[in-house]
Design a protein around this ligand. Structure first.
Ligand code: NAD
Length: 256
């Protein structure tokens, strides 16, 4: 795609493997000429993230640990970015987690722990990350989070994650209202279902994919590349008038 982000720096949070939507965003940003910084959740992801990053065209050296459940980890991560890079122009938040047992059966059976865990990792993390990213966005910036239609309406088995996504989408609006005066835009991409590590946890995921293929206006499933290219648009000046928005990249399924 043709948008150039050469000379700009973006933080990508949430690459686990080559199927990750974050990796789709990374590839699109790499093609746009941007400089990238990657963060990963724990030691077990470090090697796979470093190996993947080495396959990109650009030379993206900074790969840092950041467990978003730890305030210290988040603070340290952005401190390192400040020391080593200085200014950043955008950030992709591609992070979510819920216990597998909470992604099936009745929502009314959700445990307190499971509810709070999903909110902590999948929603609150955007707020604390924005807090630490803000001082580094000295030339303005664009923050993009990933959400799903299960945050707007009831989708089978999405349960506790749907409630976390509703909270994430509202956080996007509150953060947009806060950070706009600093020239920072905050938006969400509502992606159609994509087979990733996280999606594996959702019961009956294949049925959801088939439904999109059969019923969505475009009659096909969403690809990480489509989400990646939309993220590049949201990171670029082309979208400079857009903030607080949830943009659906889901073959039009949301209109049904
Ligand atoms: P994924 O499993 O590849 O990515 C999820 C990421 O969250 C992983 O990299 C994981 O390490 C990270 N993570 C979990 N706990 C963390 C923690 N404590 N600290 C830091 N990182 C942590 O799956 P994905 O589907 O690419 O998910 C990325 C985003 O896209 C999520 O927000 C997800 O809800 C959203 N999304 C996914 C789909 C889908 O169908 N796959 C659809 C819409 C939205």
């Amino acid at each position: 795609m043709s948008i150039s982000l050469a000379g700009k720096t973006f933080v990508i949070m949430g690459v686990a493997n080559k199927r990750s939507i974050a990796w789709g965003i990374a590839r699109s940003l790499d093609q746009s000429g941007a400089r990238l910084i990657f963060t990963y959740a724990g030691e077990r992801f470090e090697k796979s993230v470093r190996d993947l990053v080495a396959t990109l065209d650009g030379n993206h050296e900074l790969v840092l640990p950041c467990d978003v459940t730890s305030d210290e980890d988040v603070a340290k991560c952005f401190e390192t970015i400040k020391e080593q890079v200085g200014t950043i122009h955008g950030l992709a938040h591609c992070i979510a987690f819920a216990k597998t047992e909470e992604l099936a059966g009745d929502f009314s059976d959700t445990s307190r722990d499971g509810f709070l865990l999903a909110q902590n990792i999948s929603s609150y993390s955007l707020t604390i990350i924005s807090k630490y990213a803000k001082p580094l966005m000295t030339e303005g910036g664009s923050i993009v989070a990933l959400t799903y239609i299960g945050g707007e309406r009831v989708m089978p088995n999405y349960n506790v994650m749907g409630v976390a996504k509703a909270s994430l989408e509202m956080s996007v609006r509150y953060l947009a209202a806060d950070l706009g005066k600093h020239g920072i835009r905050v938006n969400a991409i509502s992606s159609g279902p994509i087979r990733t590590l996280s999606a594996k946890g959702i019961s009956d995921f294949n049925t959801i994919l088939h439904e999109i293929e059969e019923k969505s206006p475009l009659r096909r499933n969403t690809t990480p590349e489509e989400v990646g290219d939309t993220a590049v648009f949201l990171f670029s000046e082309m979208s400079r008038g857009i903030t607080g928005e949830t943009l659906h990249v889901d073959s039009g399924y949301h209109v049904l």
